[in-house]
Design a protein around this ligand. Sequence first.
Ligand SMILES: Nc1ncnc2c1ncn2[C@@H]1O[C@H](COP(=O)(O)OP(=O)(O)O)[C@@H](O)[C@H]1O
Ligand SMILES: [Mg+2]
Length: 288
Amino acid sequence: MLRLPFLRKSTNGHNGNGAGTDADALISLRGVIKSYKTPAGEFQALKGVDLRVAPGEFVAVIGKSGSGKSTLSNMITGIDRPTTGEVVVAGTPVHKLREGQIAEWRGRNVGVVFQFFQLLPTLTVLENILLPMDFCNMYTTRERKERALHLLDQVEMVEHAGKLPTALSGGQQQRVAIARALANDPAIVVADEPTGNLDSRTADAVFHLFENLVSEGKTILMVTHDDDMARRVTRTVTIADGQIASDTAGARARVVAPAAHGTVHHAHAPHAVPVFGGAARLSEGAHA
Ligand SMILES: Nc1ncnc2c1ncn2[C@@H]1O[C@H](COP(=O)(O)OP(=O)(O)O)[C@@H](O)[C@H]1O
Ligand SMILES: [Mg+2]
């Protein structure tokens, strides 16, 4: 497989994460604070997060339960808004989008995968994939069905297209959810503990789908509890108590420059091949 070295540009003298301007960042959070009002008063779930993710990165977000991982992923997907700070994703200041704009923006730019799949139970597998395409209107009606079946084929679920989600196993539902996340061919996939509800073998197969997506050029941010999986990504961001406690290149990353002043350089391989352009299935070698 073609792998081009990729070096995150350090455009200023600051440390790597979040500081300065970086036109190449696909995801950029600056000074993100998220407070929730609780009966006990204000609670800061994120206490000033700076994070930049470059195209082609596969980022694992780890940390204890309650540390702020889901809150962080919800900032990136626009599911929730920061109290203060900026969230720029795929060139769009997400924190400035109006309520009515967010769903369509998300549909086009960020595929979202959840722990409990969140497929619509009254729609068939095929209809679940068509829905975001109908909503975002990027493909003609004929293209949508063709594309949905192709996506389902990629995750080896095409033979289940007519079934309701309840007829599927957890691993199968998650494969459908991944196909749905890719419906409008977003550059970014954000997954919040996508393997958290799967047995280890099934989890491994689902993780393998994400690995294949990265090698096809997608940028992935995945919240995970699983240390084994965190070791297989290009970068691991650890959240503790609403802050980034560490940010390290993973085993998969080829470090092309020594880390200077805490700056982590990630080498990875975004290339221009459109996802699903090739014959190979995403699920090659992955059976759940
Ligand atoms: N809607 C909310 N209202 C009040 N507190 C919340 C809300 N959502 C999350 N929190 C709190 O924010 C903290 C971080 O939550 P979360 O991001 O879900 O953590 P994680 O995903 O790492 O388990 C937790 O202490 C949680 O209780
Ligand atoms: Mg969570």
